[in-house]
Design a protein around this ligand. Structure first.
Ligand code: SF4
Ligand code: SF4
Length: 311
């Protein structure tokens, strides 16, 4: 599946593919580095927005149990979408093994920071991560032992953020253990827009996403809908987004600009001029907020993201 050539390329790009069956991966987030280098003077928007539950950029383990599997090929995806399959292939690794090896890999990646100016305190804390972002690449609900994976993280006193593209509602519904915070990526407001923006590899992606939105209120955890918007692609008709979000009753809505970084730029899926400015994102957010009766709670200009919450 991931042949030697691909593995070498991924390693060069900073990924560590882990486990016997090579379906999991870890990569240091840019914000984890920045936070360690600056002694937490710089941190990601999730620390700014969700500091109340202890999210720390330098304590973040960015990982995935489903590196090669995804049902979509989103234009704005900063991962290499040419190497993903829309169904599980091969055997699965156990959650304990994935987590042990993820943390070991994170420590190896972090050790490279010792040679540059950094905060010793933050580097030491980072060696024992406090939160896991299960979102590095691929669609995590493909992993059949996702509940156990979340449970093992929680047993280690780690918070979990899980981001799903919503195309696998049955798996989400069957989760016995929910993450600390659950995200649905909502990046299209119609089936036609989804075809153009997210190029589904399965025929019922739109219908499944709608089922997930219906299911969302019944999932008893902190729930977030995230919109990643690209100009002239999926950044139109905010009221249609509002109608979809209304069904999901999220605690928070993140409205974010898609960024022309990583493979989205290398594979010519996004150009710099497709990136919405912070002002444009804020303007669009206000329209969604007004339609739903939500309000702007916070924003982070350098990430071009606005946080909405219930009024
Ligand atoms: S929460 Fe997300 S943005 Fe923040 S450090 Fe972790 S992976 Fe990076
Ligand atoms: S669903 Fe996520 S991982 Fe899959 S292509 Fe879209 S952005 Fe990338």
């Amino acid at each position: 599946m991931l042949n030697e050539k691909i593995l070498k390329r991924l390693q060069k790009a900073g990924y560590k593919i882990i486990g016997k069956n090579k379906h999991s991966a870890v990569k240091l987030c840019l914000w984890t580095r920045r936070s360690i280098r600056t002694g937490e003077k710089e941190f990601c928007y999730k620390q700014k927005f969700y500091g109340d539950i202890g999210i720390k950029s330098h304590g973040c383990l960015q990982m995935t149990p489903c590196f090669p599997f995804c049902t979509l090929r989103c234009a704005f995806c900063w991962r290499d979408t040419s190497i993903t399959y829309p169904k599980w292939i091969g055997k699965t690794d156990e959650p304990e093994e994935i987590i042990e090896k993820s943390i070991k890999a994170q420590r190896e990646l972090l050790s490279g920071l010792g040679g540059v100016s950094h905060s010793k305190k933050h580097l030491k804390e980072a060696m024992s991560p406090s939160n896991a972002a299960i979102s590095l690449a691929g669609e995590p609900t493909f992993y059949e032992k996702l509940s156990q994976l979340i449970q093992v993280f929680h047993k280690r006193n780690m918070k979990t953020f899980l981001v799903t593209n919503g195309t696998f509602p049955e798996r989400l519904e069957s989760l016995e253990i929910l993450p600390t915070q659950l995200y649905i990526s909502l990046c299209s407001n119609s089936k036609e827009m989804m075809k153009k923006t997210q190029k589904p590899l399965i025929s019922d992606a739109w219908e499944n996403l709608n089922k997930t939105l219906e299911l969302f209120p019944s999932l008893k955890t902190r729930r977030v809908i995230r919109l990643t918007l690209v100009k002239n692609l999926n950044m139109s008709e905010p009221e249609k987004y509002a109608k979809l979000i209304e069904r999901a009753l999220p605690d928070f809505i993140e409205v974010k600009a898609g960024m022309a970084v990583g493979f989205s730029r290398l594979q010519n899926r996004m150009k710099y001029e497709d990136m919405a400015s912070h002002e444009e994102i804020k303007h669009f957010s206000k329209k969604i907020a007004n339609s739903l009766g939500y309000k702007i709670k916070d924003e982070k200009r350098d990430s071009r993201v606005v946080l909405l919450t219930k009024n």
